[in-house]
Design a protein around this ligand. Structure first.
Ligand SMILES: [Zn+2]
Length: 446
């Protein structure tokens, strides 16, 4: 396929030729990762395939960053900005999916496997020497662990043993200093729409996580319930309290609070004395998350007080809100129009889900695009990739073409974007904010 852009821009033409030459191996690699899903911080096989591919392209490649992360770097030899192209290594766990791992239940139902494919496609295009001689600065390909915020108990064990401080891959990358000299970030995520579109996202909710334990007193549930303290009743009341706070949230803050009860009691004939819950508190801004959190804590304590139970509340940092940088998205649109036409562009409106790409968007200009070519609900048994060529090859070309636009002409465009970007947080402030969310308290009424 020859586009008008290839005819007019020899540098992009060379990059696209390299990607086309590698296209079947890139699709095969993406299908192989689809067939061998691994959840966060366990992606050893996926990481090793990714590292091998980057090494074969001739990139200086480091492994085992934040346990399974991989970074391959190209230095043009000329000074200039440092652009990161990201791909997420991890799968979800949905045992009902037809392609789930029979032992672990892992399944690629968020399509992160195609992210690795399109990141490597961009690497194949940009490592071409005919391309590099026109660019300044450097480019890193960052295959990052654990975007999905799951298996919290397992990750807490990694935290307790000192292997991690945070429970997500990009946060660990920031803490380890991997982003200290990176200026711009790009990522392309799958989206379950079968249209041939590549649409940058606008924003996402951020979130924090809480684990809660109500402690009561056991007693015979039929004979002497008056001697017990019913921890399940306290949890029920807390859920009611949280639900009744809904009208105090502002529409624009997109607050979402979704608790579950993870242990509701031990035996039906005994008053439940030990009941546990988990919940995410999500909102579009850090202020709105903090506001909602205070209200949730009050509902938990109020419920404990009513029932005379005690409550333990442990709070963990989740993800920062995402705000993707419009001028960077607009630059990406130009490449998409050249590759697939005007009808392939657009915007993914605000999403109430969360991603640690939000953390990156707090500290540098960042873009997360959504590529069509998938079907079914994400995170469900139905999710399938339907257009591998679009998700891997065309999405990779759009990334490579955007990096060329950023770093050609002495990196004039990248420099303009970096100069105009007003970072919501410095890396130091970001890490302090994240750490500030972590606390535990036990409340016995007062
Ligand atoms: Zn995802």
């Amino acid at each position: 396929m020859v586009t008008s852009d290839k005819k007019t821009d020899p540098v992009k033409f060379a990059a696209f030729e390299s990607i086309d030459a590698a296209s079947s191996s890139l699709v095969d690699l993406s299908k192989d990762i689809w067939d061998h899903p691994e959840s966060g911080f366990r992606e050893h096989r996926t990481a090793s395939i990714t590292a091998n591919y980057l090494r074969e392209l001739g990139l200086e490649t480091r492994e085992n960053i934040a346990i399974t992360g991989v970074v391959g770097k190209i230095d043009t030899g000329r000074e200039g900005p440092h652009v990161a192209v990201w791909g997420e290594l991890d799968s979800l766990i949905v045992p009902e999916h037809r392609n789930s791992d029979p032992e672990t239940g892992a399944a690629h139902v968020c399509g992160h496997n195609i992210q690795i494919g399109n990141m490597l496609a961009a690497a194949a295009g940009l490592s071409n020497s005919e391309v590099l001689r026109d660019l300044s600065g450097s480019i890193s390909f960052m295959a990052v662990p654990a975007e999905e915020y799951i298996e919290i108990e397992y990750r807490e064990t990694l935290r307790e043993s000192g292997e991690l401080e945070f429970l997500a891959g990009k946060q660990e990358f920031v803490k380890l200093g991997e982003l200290d000299d990176v200026d711009i970030s790009l990522l392309t995520h799958a989206s379950p729409t079968e249209s041939r579109t590549l649409r940058p996202g606008v924003s996402h909710n951020g979130m924090i996580a809480k684990t809660v334990r109500f402690i009561g007193r056991s007693a015979h549930a039929g004979g002497q319930p008056h001697l017990g303290i019913n921890a399940l009743n306290a949890a029920n009341l807390a859920m009611q309290g949280i639900a009744l706070l809904r009208e105090t949230f502002q529409d624009d803050d997109h607050v979402r609070i979704h608790p579950i009860i993870t242990r509701g009691g031990a035996a039906v004939s005994s008053v439940p004395a030990n009941v546990t819950m988990e919940m995410f508190i999500r909102a579009a801004t850090v202020e709105a998350i903090k506001d909602a959190e205070q209200k949730v804590d009050r509902a938990l304590k109020g419920a404990a007080m009513t029932i005379e139970a005690e409550v333990e509340i442990s709070t963990s940092p989740g993800y920062m809100p995402s705000i993707f940088y419009p001028p960077l998205c607009e630059l990406y649109d130009e490449s998409v129009i050249d590759l697939l036409g005007e009808e392939a562009t657009g915007r993914m409106p605000h999403r109430t889900s969360s991603t640690d790409m939000g953390d990156i968007s707090m500290i540098m200009p960042a873009m997360q695009s959504y590529v069509g070519g998938a079907s079914g609900r994400t995170h469900s048994d139905e999710f399938e990739i339907t257009d591998w060529e679009l998700d891997v090859v065309e999405a990779g070309k759009a990334l490579a073409s955007t990096v060329i636009d950023l770093l050609a002409n002495d990196a004039a465009k990248a420099t303009e974007i970096i100069d105009n970007f007003d970072a919501p947080l410095s890396i130091k402030e970001y890490l302090e904010t994240l750490r500030g969310f972590r606390r535990s308290e036990r409340w016995a009424g007062a």
